[in-house]
Design a protein around this ligand. Structure first.
Ligand code: NAD
Length: 249
């Protein structure tokens, strides 16, 4: 098993794509730290449910937009495992709206969680990964960072485009330390985030996708695990589309 004994921190792991990523690492016998901002007892339940595998699965509640909480979480990881092999920055929020309806507070919240949250976790993890001279960082971006998005409030697409820029910048800066930094750009994945679509919108989205279906969280997890594996050793600064062929760039 390529991930046996590796230490993986997954943010936003209570549900959706993050949970699928955490489960996939657990099935591979990695040690998994599940982070989320949800109720601590719910996160503990999710981590406990994954503890049937050989690795340790632990819950660490923190708001990724808060650098103090992220630093405390990552130093807890280091204290417990003495290393951090993989960071998956998955935590993210979307707000619906337009330039006419969006408020400054909404803009700040989306940028703080999606972009600054990713930066906070990369910065804290990089300290450990630089010391150990190895590491894999995978950032969960979105197709909206490449194409823009008509239904989300204006902060979402820019936050994801900036995550792609951060991914490439860190890929260059951390390459000398044996650290790979990549991203995935999903589109139309069946999670609570997409459950809010109307039936009409859902049908239109499926119609626009060459594979004629929505994606599953597990399919994003498969892409994340590939980028976090040694098989992707010569790949860095890449943003991998997981979109059923909707955008081929
Ligand atoms: N579902 C899709 O179609 C889709 C498409 C493209 C990109 N994405 C991206 O994939 C990621 C996961 O999406 P999802 O559909 O699973 O979403 P989701 O809303 O189902 O899950 C997101 C998780 O992140 C957690 N979270 C939110 N704010 C947080 C914070 N400040 N600190 C820690 N955790 C926090 C939430 O509590 C939740 O458990 C997001 O970054 C999203 O932008 C999703």
């Amino acid at each position: 098993m390529p991930f046996k004994g590796r230490v993986a921190l997954v943010t936003g792991a209570q549900r959706g794509i993050g949970k699928a990523v955490a489960e996939a690492f657990a099935r591979e016998d990695a040690h998994v730290i599940l982070n989320d901002v949800c109720q601590e007892e719910d996160l503990v339940k999710t981590a406990t449910a994954l503890s049937t595998y050989a690795g340790q699965c632990v819950a660490m509640r923190a708001d990724v937009s808060r650098s103090d909480q992220v630093r405390a979480m990552v130093s807890q990881v280091e204290k417990r495992f003495q290393r951090l092999d993989i960071l998956v920055n998955n935590a993210g929020i979307i707000r619906r709206g337009s330039i006419e309806t969006v408020t400054e507070a909404q803009w700040d919240q989306v940028i703080d969680i999606n972009l600054k949250g990713t930066f906070n976790c990369c910065k804290a993890a990089a300290d450990i990964m630089i010391k150990q001279r190895s590491g894999k960082i995978v950032n969960v971006s979105s197709i909206a960072g490449k194409t823009g998005d008509i239904t989300s409030a204006p902060g979402y697409g820019p936050s994801k485009a900036a995550i792609d820029g951060l991914t490439k910048t860190l890929a260059r800066q951390l390459a000398a330390y044996g650290i790979n930094v990549n991203g995935v750009a999903p589109h139309a994945i069946e999670t609570d985030m997409s459950a809010e679509w109307s039936e009409e919108k859902r049908k239109a989205i499926i119609e626009s996708i060459p594979l004629k279906r929505l994606g599953q969280p597990q399919e994003v997890a498969d892409a994340v695990l590939f980028l976090a594996s040694d098989k992707a050793g010569f790949i860095t600064g890449e943003i991998l589309d997981v979109n059923g062929g909707f955008l081929m760039d």
